[in-house]
Design a protein around this ligand. Structure first.
Ligand SMILES: [Zn+2]
Length: 251
């Protein structure tokens, strides 16, 4: 059976001298692992379409659950990412999170577009790297069904208060009036600066093509990065080697 599908190469491993396994993120089939014969040869017509983080249109032969690449046409290449080790390391972390959290042979609606928009931001280098990391961590939580409820205080319904607290365990916010009597005092709770709550609301409740445009101060960004990372890892209940690597190469 032939399968034609658009996707982004989010993983690549060598098989011998000339071939590779590629992991391709698609909307229709989640992450597909396919054998790409001969793509490391200089003469291969598919070589440019199967590079890491290439967005291409693929034609696979499918036998049972095994995919083999027949042909591929490049649609977009995020060249800027591979020229900088920090950017490449962060993209590798994003790829590992997506690979871990999307099941194969199952639709992964929204992931492909989100990854393409994220890689585009990394490629263009318009925003601080830590900001892209935070937005990714928060928005992927939303796509995975772990949307924190930041609409209003979960006790009294207040939308704004000079002091708001984020409850990591219940993924909600509690205002300064309610926090002293909050019945889950033993939960992991963090005081959110007002600008940060605003930025997190913007990222969660905006259309995906707007999420990288939140307005946030440098000071709030440092705090945001810690919050979004902790929140995502807590939901997935694991750490990622690629995240440790990113931190080791970050300037
Ligand atoms: Zn309240």
């Amino acid at each position: 059976m032939l399968v034609t599908v658009e996707g982004i190469v989010i993983g690549r491993r060598s098989i011998g001298e000339t071939s590779c396994f590629i992991d391709v993120l698609t909307d229709e089939y989640g992450v597909i692992e396919a054998v790409a014969h001969g793509v490391k040869k200089l003469t291969s017509r598919n070589a440019g379409s199967v590079n890491l983080f290439s967005y291409s249109k693929f034609c696979f032969s499918k036998t049972g659950l095994r995919y083999t690449l027949n042909s591929a046409e490049p649609k977009y290449s995020f060249h800027g990412i591979s020229t900088d080790l920090e950017y490449l390391a962060l993209a590798a972390y994003f790829a590992e999170v997506i690979k871990f959290s999307s099941a194969s042979e199952q639709e992964a609606g929204g992931f492909l577009r989100f990854m393409a928009i994220t890689l585009y931001e990394l490629d263009k280098k318009r925003c601080p790297l830590e900001y892209i990391k935070s937005v990714f961590e928060l928005y992927i939580s939303v796509l995975l069904g772990f949307t924190p409820d930041l609409r209003a205080c979960c006790v009294c319904g207040r939308y704004e208060h000079e002091k708001m607290f984020f409850d990591y365990d219940d993924a909600c916010i509690v205002c300064g009036e309610c926090i002293d009597d909050y019945e889950y005092q033993q939960h992991d709770i963090f005081a959110l600066p007002p600008g940060l709550l605003y930025a997190m609301r913007y990222i969660i409740y905006s259309p995906v093509d707007k999420i990288y445009k939140a307005d946030i101060s440098e000071e709030d960004l440092r705090v945001l990065s810690g919050i979004t990372e902790k929140y995502l890892l807590k939901q997935l209940d694991r750490n990622f080697k690629s995240l440790d690597y990113y931190k080791s190469v970050k300037l």
